[in-house]
Ligand binder design. Structure first.
Ligand SMILES: C[S@@+](CC[C@H](N)C(=O)[O-])C[C@H]1O[C@@H](n2cnc3c(N)ncnc32)[C@H](O)[C@@H]1O
Length: 284
């Protein structure tokens, strides 16, 4: 039997430092533009207030911390935590430390010994990668002051997230679609809302609820919407993993098939695909 103390995030630390980090850095502006409607939903629900102390878990290249910093002002504080040094370096480069009260910390949020100082914990897609979810969220609860709130945005199951599922279907004849991975470490780790709410209660949180957030993302736009979308889909999401791991010939065929399918989706100069998320909220 594997105990929680034996579970480690070593694979994720390697992945987000050595494989995904550089790609997310290269695509930071594009990803933040594409995810903007989801980010707005998260920030609206989190409702950071002047003077709040915020913990941003899996902050990546920093968008949610930067947007929150504007809301909380100079009397607030943000602890922005991530395991990926390249993403943290990029986040740090986006902000003038003199005007934004953000501390960028490289740490594993599952095990880091946080002080119990946060009024609010937020995350945009940064809390689905823990080897032991219960241990991780029990640890994160201790980072909040009693009564502190959280708002976490996570993907629904892959078949309901069209921007991730549809590209897989377009290349399936050359690059077989992997089984959905709801509940396992990865982007769909908290995709089962009932199981996640149970786990969050078991971790000690109260008033736990999941709300559906559905929107349409503009994944390709500009002078060449297909190449704009390919730049995103080739680096982030499940079809990117298929391209990365596929044989060169299959990869080339798959990319050609996806380009053709994307061209067929251009409407009024843009390619739009739906997204479905869970917004988890509660209190410590
Ligand atoms: C999908 S990315 C999201 C990044 C960012 N929040 C955004 O929306 O652009 C997931 C992030 O979670 C981070 N992450 C994964 N496991 C982590 C852990 N155990 N502790 C802290 N950060 C972690 C990754 O390094 C990565 O930056």
């Amino acid at each position: 039997m594997t105990t929680s103390t034996e579970l480690s995030n070593a694979d994720q630390i390697t992945y987000w430092n050595e494989i995904a980090g550089a790609k997310w850095v290269a695509n930071q502006a594009r990803l933040d533009r594409v995810f903007a409607p989801l980010t707005q939903a998260l920030i609206a629900a989190a409702a950071p207030e002047a003077g709040d102390h915020i913990l941003d878990v899996g902050c990546g290249c920093g968008e949610t911390s930067l947007l929150s910093a504007v809301r909380i002002g100079p009397t607030g504080q943000i602890l922005a935590v991530d395991i990926s040094q390249p993403m943290l370096d990029h986040a740090r480069s986006r902000v003038d430390a003199a005007v934004a009260p953000i501390t960028w910390l490289q740490a594993d949020a599952m095990t880091h010994g946080f002080a119990a100082t946060a009024d609010l914990m937020i995350s945009r897609f940064g809390v689905m990668f823990f080897a032991d979810q219960l241990a991780a969220f029990a640890n994160l609860r201790r980072a909040l002051k009693p009564g502190g709130r959280f708002a976490l945005l996570c993907w629904q199951p892959r078949p309901d997230v069209v921007w991730m599922q549809w590209p897989l279907e377009q290349v399936a004849s050359v690059l077989p679609t992997p089984e959905p991975t709801t509940g396992q470490v990865g982007p769909f780790g908290l995709a089962d809302a009932d199981a996640t709410c149970r786990m969050l209660r078991d971790a000690g949180f109260s008033q736990v609820k999941a709300s559906a957030v559905a929107t349409t993302l503009t994944i390709g736009i500009g002078p060449d919407p297909v190449e704009d979308a390919m730049a995103l889909l080739g680096d982030a999401g499940p079809v990117a993993a298929l391209f990365r791991d596929g044989e060169p010939a299959e990869r080339a065929k798959g990319e050609a098939m996806l380009r053709a399918a994307l061209a067929g989706r251009i409407d009024a100069g843009a390619i739009r695909l739906d997204a479905a998320c869970w917004l988890y909220e509660g209190t410590a």
